[in-house]
Ligand binder design. Structure first.
Ligand SMILES: Cc1cc2nc3c(=O)[nH]c(=O)nc-3n(C[C@H](O)[C@H](O)[C@H](O)COP(=O)(O)O)c2cc1C
Length: 750
C-alpha cells in the first residue's frame, strides 16, 4: 500500500480508490472550498525567534472537556461508496490519536445510539437541523442526551426559521448547543444572546451562495464581537498545522476538519482517519515550535500577517494601515456584495462562452453620434427657452442643483407615457436607479426595528443597498403572477408580533428581475390598500416596463391616491446604461418644525452628501433623448422592445425544440414564459449552484445566473436565470444547444 506522508496525500489515495462520481460528491461544493483554501494560502505567519519552545502544548478545554488538540471532526453527510460505517470508523480513528470530538451528522441506516455504542470513547456531538417540527427536535435532543452525546450542533441551514426558533431550542436543550454556519459578527452576537453555548464559523452550511467569504475571513470580526462570551470554532479549509495555528491566532478556540477526514476514511478507513489526524497534529506541533508558540492558548493575532496578494498588488506608496476585514463595515464581507464578482470572474475566465448572465441592453441600436445629437438637442431646447449663451454653457460645464436639472422633462415624460401626474419638485434625478434606492432607504429607515420587505426572488441591488445600511429584510415568496398580498400580510403580522416595523415594501411589478412575473391589476389595488391599512410605503421599481409588448397594467404610482408609492425610475434599459441616470418620485409630505416639505426634498439633501448632483452631461444626453421622443420613451423603444420580445420568443422556441413536452416532463425540466423584459427562468432537476455554473462554463462554454443569488431568504437552488436581451438569434441557438449538453451531462451518471 502506498503510504501517506502529508494530509494531502490522503486526498490522492482517496481519489485513486473512489469511483469518479463518488469522488465528485465527496469534494462537494468546489467554489466555497477554493475560497477557504485560498484564504488560508494568503495568510502568513510571523514567527517569534528564540522563543525556546521545545514541546508545544496542544491541549484545550472546550465546554468543560479537555481535548488533546483544538481539532474536531466535522459532520459531513458521507456519500455512499466512501465507507460502509463512516461514523464508527471516524470515531475509532480519532480515539487512536487522543480525545478529539466527532460531530455526528444524521446518518442513514444507523441510529444515534448505535454510533455511541461503537465509538470507542470518542466524545460525540450530534448535528441537528433547525426543523420546523419542534417536537421532533426536542425528542431527538432528549435521545442524544440519554445516549451520551456531549453537545448538539445546530446547522443554520433552514433559512425559513428565525432567531425566535433558536431561542426556544436553547431554552429547552438539555445539552450545550453550538450554532454552525455563522458568518457575521451580528449573527454571532445574536446567537450568544439567544442562549447558544458556542459558535461555529462556517461557509459550508446550507445553500451555497456565489462569492461567499471564507470562514477564516469572517473569523476575526466574529471573535472580536463575541469577546470570549462563547467558544468560537472555525470550519472549512483546514489542511495543515499552520492553518490550525492561524485560525487560533485569529480568534478560534478550535477548528473542524471535514474533507481530510473523508479522504482518510475513503483511503484506509479508521487507520486513514488516524493517519490524517496524527499528521495534522504533528504538523501543528512542529509549526508551533518553529513559530515560537508554546501553547495553543498563546496564539495571538500578531502571529498572522498580511495577504501576499495584497502585498503583490499594492504599490509601496499606498501599502500600510494594517487593516483587516474586521476593521471594515461587515457588509464588505457579505456574500450578496460578491455575487456579481463571481459572475464576472467566470465570464473573464471563459471568453468564448455564450453568456446568458448579464441584463444588458442590445448594443445594435446604439450609435455613437446619437450622444452628440441628444446633447445638442437639449442645449438647443435650453437656448430656445431664453437662456443666454453663458447659461447654456453652465448647463453642462457646472455643478447643478442636487435634485437635478431635468425634472420638468421627466415629469412630462411620466405623464406622456404613464399618465402619472407629479410635480417636477417631487422628483430627484439620481446616479442610476441604485442611488435612488439608497437615498430612499437611508431616509426611511431609522433603527433596527424597521424592516424592509422584499419579494423573493429579488433584485440584488436592493438587498445589497439594505445590507450597506444595516437594514433588516423580510423576504416574501413570489408566485407565478408575482407577489401574493396574502403572504405579504402574513409576513407583516409576523414581523409586528416580533416587535418590528415593516416600513416599506420593494417591488418590481412588471416583468420582474429575475422572475419575469408581472403583477395583475387587482393585486396592485390590493397592495395599495394593504399599504394604507398597515401604514407602509411601496418602493416601486419598474426598469423593464416599457420593454414589454401590448397594453401595460397601470403603474402602482398612477393608481396611488394616498401617496403610498415612492417610484424609482431608470433610463438604463430604455435610453442607455452609460448615462447612469435614474430618478425617484417622492411626493409624500413630510411635516417639519418649519412647515411641510416633500420627501423628495429630504432625499435631495441626502444626495447632496453622497454624489452632490447627478452628472449634468448625462442629464443633458438623456434629456435630449426625451425631447426627441416628446417624452414618450415607449415610442423610442418600440424597436428595442420588439427585439427583446423576439429574443425571448426565440429562446423559448429553441428550448421547446430541444426539450419537447414529453422529454422535459421526463427530465423534470420546466421554464417560465415571460411576456416581456430580459429574463426567463429555468427549473432544473439538479442543484444549479456555483459549482454547476463552473462546470457549465468550463465544459460546455455556456454561462447563466444561479437563481439562488436572488433569494435573500434562501431558495431557488434548482433554478437558473437566462438573460436573452443582448444576444443574436445565432448566439441564442448555439447557447441553448450548449445549455442542453450541460443539462444532459448533469443528469448522466458519473
Ligand atoms: C461530502 C460532504 C457533505 C457534507 N454534508 C454536510 C451536511 O449534510 N451538513 C453539514 O452541516 N455539513 C456538511 N458538510 C460540511 C462539513 O460538515 C464541513 O463543514 C466541511 O467539510 C468543512 O470544510 P473542509 O472540508 O474544508 O474541512 C459536508 C461536507 C462534505 C465534503
Amino acid at each position: 500500500m502506498e503510504s501517506a506522508r502529508t494530509v494531502a496525500d490522503y486526498a490522492t489515495l482517496a481519489r485513486k480508490r473512489l469511483d469518479g462520481r463518488v469522488w465528485d460528491l465527496l469534494q462537494g461544493d468546489e467554489a466555497t472550498t477554493a475560497t477557504n483554501l485560498e484564504a488560508f494560502e494568503r495568510l502568513r505567519l510571523r514567527p517569534s525567534v528564540l522563543a525556546g519552545v521545545e514541546s508545544p502544548q496542544t491541549e484545550v478545554k472546550i465546554l468543560g472537556r479537555t481535548w488533546t488538540a483544538p481539532v474536531c471532526l466535522a459532520p459531513p453527510a458521507v456519500p455512499d461508496g466512501v465507507h460502509p460505517e463512516p461514523e464508527m470508523s471516524a470515531a475509532a480513528g480519532a480515539a487512536a490519536v487522543g480525545t478529539l470530538p466527532l460531530v455526528v451528522s444524521s446518518p442513514a441506516g444507523r441510529t444515534a445510539e448505535e454510533i455511541v455504542e461503537r465509538s470507542g470513547g470518542t466524545p460525540l456531538w450530534l448535528r441537528l437541523s433547525l426543523l420546523r417540527d419542534r417536537e421532533a427536535v426536542r425528542e431527538l435532543m432528549g435521545r442524544a442526551e440519554d445516549a451520551g452525546y456531549e453537545a448538539l450542533v445546530l446547522a443554520a441551514d433552514d433559512p425559513a426559521l428565525d432567531w425566535s426558533a433558536v431561542e426556544r431550542l436553547c431554552s429547552v436543550s438539555p445539552l450545550p448547543l453550538l450554532l454552525m454556519g455563522v458568518m457575521s459578527p451580528d449573527d454571532a452576537v445574536l446567537a450568544a444572546e439567544s442562549g447558544m453555548d458556542g459558535i461555529i464559523v462556517s461557509n459550508q452550511v446550507g445553500r451555497r451562495l456565489g462569492g461567499v467569504a471564507a470562514g477564516v475571513e469572517a473569523l476575526p470580526g466574529i471573535a472580536a464581537a463575541l469577546a470570549g462570551r462563547t467558544p468560537v470554532l472555525l470550519d472549512g479549509g483546514i489542511r495543515r498545522g499552520r492553518d490550525v495555528l492561524a485560525a487560533l491566532a485569529l480568534g478560534a478556540d478550535a477548528v473542524l476538519l471535514g474533507r481530510p477526514v473523508l479522504h482518510g476514511l475513503a483511503a484506509e478507513g479508521a487507520a486513514g482517519v488516524r493517519g490524517v489526524l496524527s499528521l495534522l497534529l504533528d504538523d501543528l506541533r512542529e509549526t508551533m515550535a518553529l513559530a515560537g508558540v508554546g501553547a495553543v492558548t498563546e496564539a495571538a493575532p500578531a502571529l498572522v500577517g498580511a495577504a501576499p496578494a495584497a502585498v503583490r498588488e499594492i504599490t509601496p506608496a499606498v501599502r500600510g494601515g494594517g487593516l483587516t476585514r474586521a476593521d471594515l463595515h461587515a457588509s464588505v464581507a457579505d456574500p450578496v456584495l460578491d455575487t456579481m464578482n463571481f459572475l464576472n470572474e467566470i465570464t473573464l475566465r471563459h471568453p468564448d462562452a455564450i453568456s446568458f448572465a448579464p441584463g444588458r441592453p442590445y448594443d445594435g441600436f446604439f450609435d455613437t453620434e446619437q450622444i452628440f445629437g441628444y446633447i445638442r438637442g437639449y442645449l438647443d431646447h435650453v437656448a430656445a427657452r431664453g437662456a443666454t449663451p453663458a447659461q447654456v454653457r453652465e448647463e453642462v460645464f457646472q455643478y447643478g442643483p442636487a435634485a437635478g436639472r431635468i425634472r420638468e422633462l421627466i415629469a412630462h415624460s411620466l405623464w406622456a407615457d404613464e399618465q402619472i401626474e407629479v410635480a417636477p419638485g417631487s422628483i430627484v434625478v439620481t446616479v442610476g436607479c441604485q442611488e435612488a434606492m439608497f437615498l430612499a432607504l437611508r431616509a426611511l429607515f431609522t433603527g433596527p426595528s424597521d424592516v424592509l420587505m422584499v419579494s423573493s426572488p429579488c433584485y440584488v441591488g436592493i438587498t445589497g443597498a439594505a445590507r450597506l445600511l444595516d437594514i433588516g429584510l423580510t423576504a416574501v415568496e413570489e408566485h407565478t403572477d408575482g407577489l401574493s398580498v396574502e403572504a405579504l400580510e402574513a409576513a407583516i403580522l409576523a414581523e409586528r408580533a416580533r416587535g418590528r416595523r415593516p416600513k416599506a415594501l420593494y417591488v418590481v411589478p412588471d416583468h420582474s428581475n429575475p422572475s419575469g412575473a408581472t403583477m395583475p391589476l387587482r393585486t396592485r389595488f390590493e397592495l395599495l390598500d394593504l399599504a394604507d391599512r398597515y401604514d407602509f410605503l411601496i418602493l416601486e421599481d419598474s426598469p423593464y416596463r416599457l420593454l414589454g409588448p401590448g397594453t401595460r397594467v397601470p403603474t402602482l404610482k398612477s393608481l396611488d391616491r394616498a401617496h403610498r408609492v415612492v417610484m424609482f425610475g431608470s433610463y438604463s434599459k430604455t435610453i442607455f446604461p452609460g448615462a447612469r441616470l435614474g430618478f425617484a418620485v417622492a411626493d409624500q409630505e413630510v411635516a417639519t418644525p418649519g412647515g411641510t416639505v416633500l420627501l423628495a426634498d429630504e432625499l435631495a439633501k441626502i444626495k447632496s452628501m453622497i454624489t452632490v448632483n447627478t452628472s449634468p452631461l448625462s442629464q443633458a444626453a438623456v434629456a435630449g433623448a426625451l425631447l426627441a421622443s416628446e417624452g414618450r420613451i415607449s415610442d423610442l423603444n418600440r424597436e428595442a422592445a420588439a427585439y427583446y420580445g423576439d429574443a425571448t420568443r426565440h429562446t423559448l422556441h429553441c428550448l421547446e425544440l430541444t426539450f419537447p413536452a414529453d422529454v422535459r416532463a421526463d427530465l423534470g425540466l420546466s421554464w417560465s414564459t415571460p411576456e416581456g423584459g430580459f429574463f426567463l427562468t429555468l427549473t432544473v432537476p439538479f442543484p444549479a449552484d456555483d459549482a454547476a455554473l463552473s462546470r457549465s462554463a468550463r465544459e460546455h462554454q455556456v454561462i447563466w445566473t444561479p437563481m439562488s443569488y436572488f433569494h435573500p431568504g434562501g431558495g431557488g437552488t434548482h433554478m437558473i436565470r437566462l438573460s436573452t436581451s443582448y444576444l443574436t438569434h445565432q448566439e441564442i441557438e448555439t447557447g441553448i444547444t450548449r445549455l442542453a449538453a450541460f443539462i444532459t451531462s448533469e443528469l448522466a451518471p458519473r
